[in-house]
Ligand binder design. Structure first.
Ligand SMILES: [Zn+2]
Length: 507
């Protein structure tokens, strides 16, 4: 099947100026890109009426590792023009699996009701493909999964033998095609890893000439220390490609730290390390509600936390400690996104403050009640980022689009999304265009730059031989339409998404 796209402005993913072009596709690949191609060369012709044709957008920071196994259509992503997603982020990948981590991950991902019937990167990707995914699945090796595969989830320093085993598994996955290593040093068990452990793993990444992407140990109060630790490890390990995930200055007290953070990235660059970042275009973060628990409860994995919260006395004690650790107005800025708790299932989009008022209990008591019912699946959005810093981060020429979300279906059968799950790419594009970026430059950040940074050789450009992965959009209209009240709303202005020569989204 040959398809001809014509009457369009081409943003080819290289950043070079828009040009009038026709693009001919044969099967899964691009056959020709010329100023004019006659319709007789094709089996079908698609007229774009002066809109933009770009490479399919690349989401460099996604979490669809299991979501796509459960619901392969990936509607939230493809409906915003994304055709490829990099998964395995924040230290959490779906591989390697071992008796040490399989049961735990099975509980963490119970909502997806899908068997973890693989062991390694190749097996995971084959499992997704056999289920018929439409997004191109790529992945980093997650440090938390890797560490747990060898040593479980406890707060332990690894033995030399365990560290060697981690390095062996990491090397195996990188050789099989995983793009690099990710860490989530805020989470269990990654938070127990000393810098020396990360440095040793970076050496393996450097030896394979791949990338290290990190959710820093702290994105707020200890942002500088976390960046310094990362860059120091990278220097010592000879790492050449460093990527900071969802780059931000979290918490109002830390909004003044952006200049200092950028200076640190600059110093890494001066030391010969290529530094990149990604960002979703919202000022509210989203993660598991359990991350706000203070003290020992905050160090537990989800299963252990559930067992602890089954005890009424523990619930009272933890609620008291949580209340003492937060200011009274904090709870206005925390919005419940998703939970499997029967009582609160329909309350996504409401703040913890409002729900506590309705239930006539304290906000901390409400949080503990939610976590007691669903520690693994209860997620919340947290206000705490600066709009001005978001504007400055999006303007960085090395900032890519990363949704930090999993691909959800239109319904909420596998949980409700942050609006970024349906709108990141479109909003990212809108913000760049509104800030005065030429269309070709904005597209480059979401395509060619992303493909080059993560070494995705067959995609990210519209040129003969590359994969027929496209997004067509109207630059006057394109924007997110999702918000916290209605997060599963497709983006505006996306005309279609094509992956491997097939229309996967065409509203
Ligand atoms: Zn993260």
């Amino acid at each position: 099947m040959r398809t001809l796209f014509r009457n369009l402005w081409l943003a080819d993913g290289s950043g070079s100026p828009l040009r009038r072009s026709a693009v001919l596709v044969d099967g899964e690949r691009i056959l020709a890109v010329e100023p004019e191609i006659t319709a007789s060369a094709a089996d079908r012709t698609v007229e774009l009426r002066g809109r933009i044709l770009s490479p399919g957008f690349i989401d460099v920071h996604g979490h669809s590792d299991l979501a796509l196994a459960a619901r392969p259509e990936g509607f939230g992503k493809i409906s915003q023009g994304i055709s490829c997603e990099i998964m395995g982020n924040c230290g959490l990948s779906a591989f390697p699996l071992s008796p040490e981590n399989r049961e735990h991950l099975g509980e963490l991902w119970a909502q997806y009701e899908t068997a973890l019937d693989w062991e390694d990167f190749s097996g995971w990707r084959a499992a997704l493909r056999s289920r018929g995914v439409r997004l191109r699945p790529e992945a980093l090796v997650g440090h938390n999964t890797l560490r747990a595969a060898v040593a479980g989830y406890a707060d332990e320093t690894l033995s030399p033998g365990q560290l060697e085993e981690m390095k062996r598994l990491l090397a195996r996955e990188l050789a099989a095609g995983a793009l690099g290593l990710s860490t989530g040093l805020l989470y269990v068990p990654g938070k127990f890893a000393p810098p020396g452990e990360i440095e040793e793993l970076m050496r393996v990444v450097a030896a394979h000439d791949k990338i290290y992407a990190t959710h820093l140990r702290s994105e707020g109060n200890e942002l500088f220390e976390s960046l310094d630790e990362t860059i120091e490890c990278a220097r010592r390990a000879g790492l050449k490609k460093l990527h900071i995930s969802h780059f931000k200055t979290a918490g109002r007290a830390n909004w003044g730290k952006l200049d200092g953070a950028l200076e640190r990235l600059e110093s890494a660059r001066a030391a010969g390390i290529r530094v990149t970042v990604d960002r979703y275009p919202w000022t509210e973060s989203m993660t598991q509600l359990s991350v706000i628990l203070p003290g020992k409860a905050g160090d537990l994995d989800d299963s252990s936390l559930s067992r602890l919260l089954a005890n009424a006395e523990e619930r009272l004690r933890i609620a008291a400690a949580l209340a003492a650790s937060r200011s009274a107005d904090y709870w206005e800025g925390v919005t419940l996104v998703s939970t499997r708790s029967a009582k609160f299932r329909g309350d996504g989009g409401r703040t913890i403050a409002a729900l506590a008022e309705r239930e006539q209990i304290t906000p901390a008591g409400l949080v503990v009640e939610l976590l007691a019912e669903d520690a693994a699946g209860t997620t919340a959005a947290f206000r705490g980022m600066s709009e001005e810093n978001l504007r400055r981060i999006l303007a960085l020429p090395f900032c890519m689009m990363g949704s930090d979300e999993s691909a959800r279906p239109a319904d909420d059968s596998i949980g409700r999304s942050h609006p970024r799950g349906f709108g990141s790419a479109a909003r990212f594009l809108r913000r760049l265009l509104d800030a005065g970026s030429p269309i070709e430059s904005a597209v480059y950040r979401m395509t060619g730059l992303a493909a080059g940074t993560f070494e995705l050789s067959g995609i990210g450009r519209i040129e003969p031989g590359k994969a027929a992965d496209f997004t067509a959009f109207d630059p006057d209209v394109v924007d997110a339409a999702a918000d916290f009240a209605n997060p599963h709303t497709p983006a505006a202005g996306i005309l279609f998404t094509m992956s491997g020569g097939e229309f996967v989204y065409r509203p």
